[in-house]
Design a protein around this ligand. Sequence first.
Ligand SMILES: *[C@@H]1O[C@H](CO)[C@@H](O)[C@H](O)[C@H]1NC(C)=O
Ligand SMILES: *[C@@H]1O[C@H](CO)[C@@H](O)[C@H](O)[C@H]1NC(C)=O
Ligand SMILES: *[C@@H]1O[C@H](CO)[C@@H](O)[C@H](O)[C@H]1NC(C)=O
Ligand SMILES: *[C@@H]1O[C@H](CO)[C@@H](O)[C@H](O)[C@H]1NC(C)=O
Length: 967
Amino acid sequence: MKLLLVLFTVFALAPILGRSLNPSLNDDVLGLIVFRADIQDPKGKLASWNEDDDTPCGWVGVKCNPRSNAVIELNLDGFSLSGHIGRGLLQLQSLRKLSLSNNNLTGSLSAKIAHIDNLRVLDVSQNSLSGPVPEEFFRQCGSLRVISLANNKFSGKIPESLSSCASLATIDLSLNQFSGPVPAGVWSLNGIRSLDLYGNLLKGEIPKAIEGLNNLRAINLGKNRFSGLLPDGIGSCLLLRFIDLSENSFTGNLPQTMQKLGLCDSLSLQKNLFAGELPEWIGEMKSLETLDLSSNLFSGQVPSSLGNLQALKVLNFSSNRFTGGLPKSLVYCTNLLALDFSKNSMEGDLPAWIFKAGLDAVLISEKKLSGNSLSSSPTGTALQKLEVLDLSGNGFSGEITSAIGDLSSLHVLNLSCNSLVGPVPVTIGELKALVILDMSENGLNGSIPLEIGCAFSLKELRLEKNFLTGKIPTSIENCSSLTTLIVSENRLAGPIPAAVGKLTNLQNVDLSFNNLSGGLPKQLANLPNILSFNISHNNLQGELPSGGFFNTISPSSVSGNPSLCGSAVNKSCPAVLPKPIVLNPNSTSDSTTGALPSKFGHKRIILSISALIAIGAAAFIVIGVIAITVLNLRVRTSTSRPAAAITFSGGDDFSNSPTTDANSGKLVMFSGDPDFSTGAHALLNKDCELGRGGFGAVYRTVLRDGRPVAIKKLTVSSLVKSQQEFEREVKKLGKVRHDNLVEIEGYYWTPSLQLIIYEYVAGGSLYKHLHDGSGGNFLSWNDRFNIILGTAKSLAHLHQMNIIHYNIKSSNVLISSSGEPKVGDFGLARLLPMLDRYVLSSKIQSALGYMAPEFACKTVKITEKCDVYGFGVLVLEVVTGKRPVEYMEDDVVVLCDMVRGALEEGRVEECIDIRLQGSFPAEEAIPVMKLGLICTSQVPSNRPDMGEVVNILELIRCPSEGQEESG
Ligand SMILES: *[C@@H]1O[C@H](CO)[C@@H](O)[C@H](O)[C@H]1NC(C)=O
Ligand SMILES: *[C@@H]1O[C@H](CO)[C@@H](O)[C@H](O)[C@H]1NC(C)=O
Ligand SMILES: *[C@@H]1O[C@H](CO)[C@@H](O)[C@H](O)[C@H]1NC(C)=O
Ligand SMILES: *[C@@H]1O[C@H](CO)[C@@H](O)[C@H](O)[C@H]1NC(C)=O
């Protein structure tokens, strides 16, 4: 470091003291060390620069003349250097090339740098250098051949002195903020091969003097403020290969002299004010690979001489005023990759010949017509390399030819905003490389072809504003890259295919203004990247899926679908209401599940088919009896209970039992019952139906020994789990024993029919007793309290065994002949293949008013607290004698709301069943009602658990116990 300090001092005085101060120090080492002292080297790229070295020739980035050992090149491109370019470099008197490109150097450029005698290449591009370039900079640029100041922040005028650098071949001042005119002398530097002034604020005209630049190969004046006409002189620059005048304000037409530019391969005039007809001689510029005339004011017909440009790869005539049709000669441009005629006023049929292979007839007549070198036409194999075809925004009419499928390389096809008619050709499926397809705003009809699914590279599909009909094909799911799907404003019908939910890349979906119907597939909610999803103005129905973006979807995206419900459309869905008040009040059939002893005493029918159980499965509305034969009857015992296991078969030899026969079934009784097993006959007859519930109809039947049982035939057979799972669950339920639970005695299983055999309870259901004047008996307060307590105990027991009832309601509470409550139907939800909220709420929907609010709230887990809720409703029902939901003339009364309101108003006693008036102890009834209300808390965690409920009830009962015994 000390040396550095010394060097600084030394160097500051150098002009006076000269290099002789320390003769042992190499000038180049000195210069480079001083240069390095001015810059930061965060990546340590210059670590090899050791100031103690005698020569810098071994240092990174340094190149010496092998004879003189003088530094001739310094290449520090991309070294991440920052700081200023100091004067140390001036010391390198033999330097020929200085390249500091692509660093983070700042500050201004010292005038002296260019004065290094032998410097030929000066490249400081891609830094953050700024300020004006000093006028003296180019004063002694004797040998400078290449200068690049590109991509910095230089400003001010280009120094006049640049004109004095006669040896310059390459000038790159692009991407700075140079302003004012280009010094006139620059246009006379006839050694120049490349002049790049792109992306500055330069103005003025190109002078006639340009004709002197006869070495010019590339000129880029793009993105400046140049104006005026192109001078004729440009045609004298015969070596020109690259011309970019884009984004200026040039006017007039192309000077005819340009036709001499036979080497020019790229002509870009985009975004200027060029006008007039494009001359035929354009076909003389035979080397053209890129011809971009887009966004000008060119008009008239497109010259057919374009067909001569057989090297052409990019032809962009977009946004001009061209009229007429596309010249047929274009078919000769077989190397075309991009063809853009969008936003003109062209018309006529969409040229089929573009797409088709070998249209000889057309070609021949064309040859004759033009009489030019079209005869050198190649294969005639259409534009099969074409990647971009944009003919949008014209007046093209007619149908889209199916030959479009031949453009097998196409990435982008934009035919939007024309007057095309007819169908979307099915050959679109052959475009395996197609990424963007836009046929919007035409008059297309027919349906979206299934084959769209074969264009599996598609990312953007736009067919909006046509007359398309039919369905959205499910094959769309094959386009797995799709990000944009817009088919709005058509006449599409049918459902939104669930397959759309598989397109996980989708961001923008617009299906609005069609006739789509049906429900919204739930899978849609899983789309992870969606930004907008518009399904407004269709006939979609049902519930908006929840979750994912549907939670935040804007109402305008779903509006105009009268049958859609959900929060976004501000309309609640009947299916998920916690209090399903819109159900048909007459549908009470499920509320009749229970035993009706009087009904079937005389209906007892016993069939004597030897060793068979004939079960007339009175499925739904069957009149009479359907016999289902049990060929393989097994009576088994559950592991917990001792029992006899006896197997039967259709014949005497039971080893032949065809267990796989569709008509065979497996009967398992948990308790050994000799009578039953030695000759069991049972009949399920519609006349013996006890009732129906969410899980099936219940029939009473009598075993051969005369013992009655209740048999539940599960209607959810298609939903029932596999046999093993079914048996496991039923056996588990069968082990549950409690005085207040209906016992499961066994089950019967075939793939198509499942029965559960229950203990028969003779006294009818609580529902009947409470609400059915004829079928029920009057229940005293004491009866009611017993029922409440017994029910609570049974639920507490179930919960202890980790079984959720799921379906507690008064029709599932049976009353035994001794007046004890027996709760039935428990745990059946476990037989469903999935314990899914949807299934639960739709199966148990029937439990009008008993359903806990969390069933409607998808984020809350369903726990045994849903039984507590149902129990709370049942308590209120028992005490008030009113149904959980009562339908009045034009009102719906929800029981717990009513009781809660009455309690708040201090008149809760008025709610108590009128039949009990005067015969109930208020000190019991009111706490019981309060308990019922607590049990119906909206928030599950606020509800007590059933064990606590039992304790509370026993506390309530305690004071008056003993006196009540007689009641
Ligand atoms: C360049 O330098 C500026 C200012 O010192 C700094 O903020 C920036 O991160 C640097 N950039 C790079 C690419 O090193
Ligand atoms: C044609 O030029 C316009 C700008 O003038 C550009 O937006 C468009 O992408 C170009 N077309 C093709 C195919 O490159
Ligand atoms: C197709 O062209 C139209 C009009 O030129 C343009 O608005 C649209 O964005 C283009 N489609 C695609 C997908 O780029
Ligand atoms: C219910 O049944 C009664 C009598 O059977 C009938 O008048 C009424 O219209 C029914 N209500 C509904 C909503 O169907």
